[in-house]
Design a protein around this ligand. Sequence first.
Ligand SMILES: NC(=O)c1ccc[n+]([C@@H]2O[C@H](COP(=O)([O-])OP(=O)(O)OC[C@H]3O[C@@H](n4cnc5c(N)ncnc54)[C@H](OP(=O)(O)O)[C@@H]3O)[C@@H](O)[C@H]2O)c1
Length: 426
Amino acid sequence: MTRVIEWARTALLQALPRARLGLTWLSANILGLAGGVVGIRKILVTHSGGADNYLAVFSERGLFMAARGNLIFGDICNVGAVDKAPFYFFDPSMKLAIVGATGLVGTELLKVLAERQFPLTELLPVASAKSVGQLVEFLGKEYPVVSLDDAIAARPDIAIFSAGGSVSKEHAPRFAAVGTTVIDNSSAWRMDPTKKLVVPELNADTLTADDKIIANPNCSTIQMVVALSELHKAYQVQRIVVSTYQSVTGTGKKAVDQLLEERAGQTASNPAYPHPIDLNVLPHIDVFEANGYTKEEMKMVNETKKIMGDDRIRVTATCVRIPVLGGHSEAVNVEFAREFDLDEVRAILARTPGVEVVDDPAQNQYPMPKDSHGKDAVLVGRLRRDETQPRTLNLWIVADNLRKGAATNAVQIAEYLVGKLALVGN
Ligand SMILES: NC(=O)c1ccc[n+]([C@@H]2O[C@H](COP(=O)([O-])OP(=O)(O)OC[C@H]3O[C@@H](n4cnc5c(N)ncnc54)[C@H](OP(=O)(O)O)[C@@H]3O)[C@@H](O)[C@H]2O)c1
């Protein structure tokens, strides 16, 4: 099957620019048939013929292929008829700005965009004034970092922000005002009742083309709600008690430098934390609030309710920073309204989008942060009944905070905007 797809894909890519319609028709149909088997779910195409038409086929794993050239709408209809996929009209220009492109999340964003072959035609990396002109690599090409003002003047279609709350608060509305859709990784807009807080597996379908600033949830919240999403549908979550074990990459470059300097036996030159982090554990993430909880803990409480669309869910959290380089872990105790069966829980988790079950204690198999590196999946294991009270489950949830906790989630939102809402050009 892989060889057939590869042949059809190559043939289509070669046929399109040369307007060899017979070959286009044949290879597109073979691709459509094969695509149906491998799970192609969307086809994007412009509505007229001509040299600048664009075709993108999305599979469940991301962009499957993209092509540009002479294309007749009817040819693509044949792919659609075979696959029964919905059609979306698509303009080929896609300008994407990454605000915070030199940071930890920004760097991961560039990797995820490249891996998933996000169909962009122009990249605008943005960072602070000190980095303007610095080169950022993307798909083997170097792009100079530009200022926020220059990026706004270029009117990108989408801007993904990962540059801290104050930058988002001030500049996201400026991008939105020129027609850009902003996907924001900071906490600036998450609890604004006029903004959607989106984890695509749960609630991307609430988005419309009118949503000009879309919030990406906190990394610890994302991995927890992804893991609980289908269990909530089956048994209805009532209360969650969560303790986190969060990596220093969640704080950004400064924190990674602190850990590495301390590990090398030096005193940190510009520490991110009020205490040493190496060989230590800090029950303190973000600032303390009047109720004694930290802001990070309250993000988990409030964002969970907003994403799951249920204010009755009670959440209590203790967020802890540990000296780990990449990957957040969570011990979660969840009480349901309905009784569950542990084997059924395992089966539900196995089919939950975005989840991978790693749970074989007899073989010492359980999720660990080092196994989450570079993965988009949320790893779930240590499944067991809480024997002290009814309808309550204990589980251990791990994910790469820079991937599903930030970059991957944001790119999935961007893919949804392009694929489902046909949001391009402004
Ligand atoms: N790390 C995570 O796991 C994670 C997860 C979810 C969300 N987030 C959020 O993502 C954001 C970035 O986190 P990070 O870990 O990538 O931090 P980071 O490594 O410190 O990177 C910060 C980025 O923001 C840029 N920046 C700072 N001030 C700026 C300004 N005034 N104008 C334009 N760009 C500016 C920096 O550019 P320079 O290089 O020029 O300084 C850098 O590119 C934060 O809001 C964080 O809360 C992080």
